[in-house]
Design a binder for this molecule. Structure first.
Ligand code: SF4
Ligand code: SF4
Length: 239
């Protein structure tokens, strides 16, 4: 069975229940933060924060809007991080669930290359070079449970299940939202397992919201990686 998330940002109220549930399920510590004058807290994803509700204030058509974007790994269908790693003991795909999994062996990879290969700017590294990110709650999903962030979401923003059902739900919601927001769209729906519905332009939410909206366009990055791989691996073996 192929799984997918459908994340309807138009329903997100920024309660951050998903962010807390993710930490709780993975037994991850809280981060010491300071008041930066924004709701977004902590400021970024990290080795111990796999899910982050990003928040931006935007003036659109003369009105102030709060835009929430619950960010996590997209579990790409053809993951550039996995392609770059070329080491299934470090990064592999669980074919039963579709989850792209990072292990402790990521510390043996060319980690900066793996980070750079992700068009969504997701992987984060610890001091020893080990990488971490959302694991789709693979243990829960394997045992018939919803991911913790989906289970806890009280607004219908977070959805998870059979890919065909999620795509169908996403298209229904897009049709409804597009009646009020001409720019509504589903983000990179054909290439990821985490499908976002957004109502405004992608850049209003986050630099890396779409594969091609950041500085790491997926096509360009993949082509470069493939071209450079023999050289980077040889260099890694020499060091
Ligand atoms: S979003 Fe990034 S880290 Fe996640 S599977 Fe895709 S390339 Fe890998
Ligand atoms: S699927 Fe699990 S690991 Fe991923 S963001 Fe949700 S709670 Fe965190």
């Amino acid at each position: 069975m192929s799984n997918a998330f459908f994340i309807d940002t138009t329903r997100c109220t920024g309660c951050r229940a998903c962010q807390v549930a993710c930490k709780q399920w993975h037994d991850l510590p809280a981060e010491h933060t300071t008041n930066r004058g924004t709701f977004q807290n902590p400021p970024d994803l990290s080795f111990t924060t796999y899910k982050l509700v990003r928040m931006k204030e935007a003036e659109i058509d003369g009105r102030l809007k709060w835009l929430f974007f619950p960010e996590q790994c997209r579990h790409c269908i053809e993951p550039p991080c996995l392609e770059t790693a070329m080491d299934e003991s470090a990064i592999y795909k669980d074919e039963k669930t579709g989850a792209v999994i990072f292990t402790a062996n990521t510390r043996n990879l060319l980690v900066d290359d793996v980070i750079e290969s992700c068009p969504y700017n997701i992987p984060r590294k610890a001091a020893d070079g080990t990488l971490a990110k959302c694991d789709m709650c693979d243990d829960r999903v394997t045992n018939g449970l919803l991911p913790a962030c989906v289970k806890t979401c009280p607004t219908g923003t977070m959805n998870f299940g059979d890919r065909d059902q999620m795509v169908s739900l996403a298209e229904q919601r897009l049709a409804a939202v597009a009646k009020k927001h001409a720019g509504a769209q589903l983000v990179d729906a054909d290439s990821v397992s985490v499908i976002y519905l957004i109502a405004e332009a992608p850049t209003e939410y986050s630099e890396y919201l779409m594969a091609d909206s950041g500085t790491r366009g997926i096509t360009r990055t993949m082509a470069l990686r493939k071209m450079m791989r023999p050289f980077t691996r040889a260099m890694h073996q020499l060091t």
